[in-house]
Design a binder for this molecule. Structure first.
Ligand SMILES: NC(=O)c1ccc[n+]([C@@H]2O[C@H](COP(=O)([O-])OP(=O)(O)OC[C@H]3O[C@@H](n4cnc5c(N)ncnc54)[C@H](OP(=O)(O)O)[C@@H]3O)[C@@H](O)[C@H]2O)c1
Length: 192
């Protein structure tokens, strides 16, 4: 069965934003250890990436190879090429078509969509936001594991990861990794 991992990028107050903090804007020739762990080490095993409509359109605009910037580091190009070639699922009721290659648009109940994808052929599945979809996974126990990339900022604005839950959700900590710029990566598994 295909495994589903949900990625969450958040500030300390659980906002889905990417604020500036010391080191966050440092140009980097090489991929950071945390980003390698989240993405590059998974290029072979993750063959499907799921995103809500806003995240999907944002990623296409920012991260497809068409958006490459002159003189950009090679690792960023590798990431763009991976996102172009991987199968992408855009969750949307409104969007009827997309010109991002290797993409499908699905709609309906999230649990039903994820069950359908789990039974399709392929490698593992990554759910890459946005915050509302990750929260629904946690609330309904839909993913197998969760990676929280936590930035060292209390930001006070932006989309919220956390909201009302029907019941407590307890996870099993698998690993923690500190980042170069005071971020922390928390890897949790669902407890079943
Ligand atoms: N990984 C990331 O992309 C990421 C990480 C951190 C923060 N953020 C930030 O978070 C924001 C976007 O997150 P968000 O939570 O507001 O939006 P989102 O999850 O990217 O997109 C929400 C949209 O997804 C569609 N959707 C969700 N579940 C669906 C379902 N079961 N069936 C059909 N469509 C479904 C709906 O689109 P329709 O309206 O078309 O039905 C909904 O309006 C951006 O500001 C971004 O910068 C993104």
């Amino acid at each position: 069965m295909r495994k589903i991992t949900a990625n969450a990028y958040m500030t300390l107050d659980g906002r889905g934003e990417f604020p500036e903090y010391p080191g966050s804007d440092r140009p980097s020739d090489g991929v950071s250890a945390l980003f390698r762990h989240l993405w590059f080490d998974r290029f072979d095993d993750v063959t499907t990436v799921i995103m809500g409509r806003r995240s999907f359109l944002g990623h296409q605009r920012t991260w497809s190879e068409k958006a490459v910037k002159p003189g950009e580091a090679k690792w960023l190009l590798d990431y763009r090429r991976y996102l172009d070639r991987v199968e992408k699922i855009c969750l949307s009721h409104r969007l009827k078509s997309t010109d991002w290659e290797n993409s499908r648009i699905l709609k309906g109940d999230l649990a039903r969509i994820l069950t359908k994808l789990r039974h399709e052929n392929g490698g593992n599945i990554m759910l890459e936001g946005g915050p509302a979809v990750v929260r629904e996974c946690l609330r309904r126990d839909l993913a197998d594991d969760y990676w929280f990339f936590v930035m060292p900022v209390v930001y006070g604005k932006g989309p919220r990861y956390w909201g009302p839950m029907d019941k407590q959700c307890t996870l099993k900590l698998v690993e923690t990794k500190p980042g170069e710029d005071r971020e922390i990566l928390l890897h949790y598994e669902a407890v079943r």
